[in-house]
Design a protein around this ligand. Structure first.
Ligand SMILES: Nc1ncnc2c1ncn2[C@@H]1O[C@H](COP(=O)(O)OP(=O)(O)OP(=O)(O)O)[C@@H](O)[C@H]1O
Ligand SMILES: [Mg+2]
Length: 305
């Protein structure tokens, strides 16, 4: 089982204002700066974040490392992670990077979702100007993946695998140290893996004879936070976004797909089984497994577009 770290709201040093979930920063036993993210609504953001983090590990992506946690003051589950931008580094979020590139880019907080200017082309242009993440984050990277664009393409393939619809412009970033901008590790995957739908719907989708309600159909409905162009009515699906990004780095496309293809399904299952049952039920494990299998097949087959 994954360990569950005990934290206390009463030891909070500051509250994190960015993002939508309640979060606080505190100092760990070794002086490290830690963030607790609560799953206050019981919608499974904790297990989704933990599983996504482990899957990042299988792919070799630079990622924030999340641990399951419980806030014993408020009796709420969540996750804990270390800051990825310890001082003197700072985190510059995607919207600020896009603004620097285009003064008309809408950065107001209310504009986090459905930002049509959050196009694959605009984001790819910004990422191209970044250095890869600092060396320490690159240990598991597959051979041949070198640039920030190569790595970011991996983040977008991860999103397609885990059905992450939440890669909006505050959920990717750069690390700024002196005057150098490096791609930040991937973070905030708590809205993935259809974690909000509940076991009744999971069970129905796994057993239905109606293809329009089954898992394959459901997997195809995942939409990204990226637009093909600023006039587009709908955001792209997660698979469309992945294919569009990968056009900026065809060599990385091949490497990431074979990396995903090579992952043993039993290792994925093992990760799911390490989440305590009071956070993710057996139905939840089975459904998540099938969703990941379906999405993996769609990515590896590559014949949807
Ligand atoms: N590991 C980290 N290191 C440094 N800053 C972080 C880290 N994790 C989160 N943050 C900061 O906190 C903000 C909110 O965190 P995060 O995106 O994980 O939360 P959220 O509430 O789930 O967000 P959302 O509303 O996008 O779902 C981030 O945009 C970032 O500025
Ligand atoms: Mg966020």
């Amino acid at each position: 089982m994954f360990s569950v770290r005990e934290v206390y709201l009463s030891k909070a040093e500051s509250l994190e204002q960015l993002g939508t979930k309640p979060k606080f920063w505190f100092t760990g036993e070794n002086g490290e700066r830690l963030l607790f993210k609560a799953d206050q609504r019981g919608t499974g953001e904790d297990w989704a974040e933990k599983i996504a983090c482990e899957l990042c590990g299988l792919l070799g992506l630079p990622h924030v490392d999340y641990e399951l946690a419980v806030d014993l003051d408020k009796h709420r589950p969540g996750v804990v992670c270390q800051t990825c931008s310890p001082p003197p580094a700072s985190l510059i979020l995607g919207n600020q990077l896009l603004l620097a590139h285009d003064q008309r880019y809408p950065t107001e907080a209310k504009n986090r979702y459905k930002v049509r200017e959050h196009t694959v082309a605009a984001v790819a242009e910004v990422i191209k100007a970044l250095y890869p993440p600092p060396e320490d984050w690159l240990k598991g990277l597959p051979k041949g993946i070198t640039s920030a664009t190569d790595i970011f393409a991996g983040y977008i393939m991860l999103d397609a695998w885990i059905g992450n619809q939440d890669r909006h412009h505050e959920n990717w970033a750069a690390l700024k140290l002196e005057n150098t901008l490096q791609l930040a590790p991937t973070f905030d995957h708590g809205a993935a893996l259809a974690r909000q739908i509940g076991d009744t719907e999971r069970q129905q989708r796994m057993t239905t004879r109606d293809a329009g309600f089954g898992i394959a159909h459901f997997a195809r409905s995942a939409r990204s936070a990226f637009y093909r162009d600023s006039g587009a009515k709908k955001s792209m699906t997660t698979i469309e976004a992945w294919r569009a990004f990968s056009l900026y780095t065809p060599s990385a496309y091949k490497i990431w797909v074979s990396q995903l293809h090579a992952i043993d399904a039993a290792r994925v299952r093992k990760i799911l089984e390490k989440v305590p049952l009071d956070r993710l039920s057996n139905i939840g494990r089975d459904f998540t497994d099938r969703l990941l299998t379906e999405n993996r097949k769609r990515i590896v087959d590559g014949d949807e577009i």
